[in-house]
Write a protein of this length. Structure first.
Length: 149
């Protein structure tokens, strides 16, 4: 199981923010300052845009579940139950589920352990968070069956 204290949120392989696990099974998403400062930044979701096109940057902690945008990237129903069981976690523990599935989310979004930053040059046989991320579970976009990859 991937047990990361924080996940880098990537959009088109560009770091745009961090989803951090807090005490009490809470989590909070914050945008990266460089992403906020970039007027040409890609849009993560229209849910983060105000009526004038500006970005809504109002971090809020969520209990057990994660921020709705990220929650909606996770599988539902029987597939969620199956993947959570395989990972050894409860299906309602969305942060942990996102950590397991973060490299295989719908669209151009990825959630990777902060500890894995710059790990592309690491030894592929290493132990720890990077190795766990490489063995992470995968699911199909349709949410009907697992990918075999």
């Amino acid at each position: 199981m991937i047990d990361a204290a924080a996940l880098d949120i990537l959009l088109h392989d560009r770091r745009i923010g961090t989803l951090a696990r807090l005490d009490g099974d809470r989590s909070i998403f914050t945008f990266d300052e460089a992403y906020l400062a970039d007027d040409e930044r890609p849009t993560l979701s229209l849910a983060y845009r105000d009526q004038y096109g500006g970005i809504i940057n109002a971090p809020r902690a969520y209990q057990t579940q994660i921020e709705p945008f990220f929650s909606n990237l996770l599988p539902e129903g029987a597939l969620r139950d199956y993947l959570a069981r395989r990972a050894g976690i409860k299906p309602v523990r969305e942060y942990l589920l996102l950590a397991q599935l973060g490299g295989d989310l719908p669209g151009a979004v990825k959630a990777v352990p902060v500890e894995a930053r710059g790990a592309q040059h690491e030894d592929p046989d290493e132990d720890g968070v990077v190795a766990d991320a490489k063995r992470a579970l995968r699911f199909s976009l349709a949410g009907v069956q697992l990918k075999f990859s």
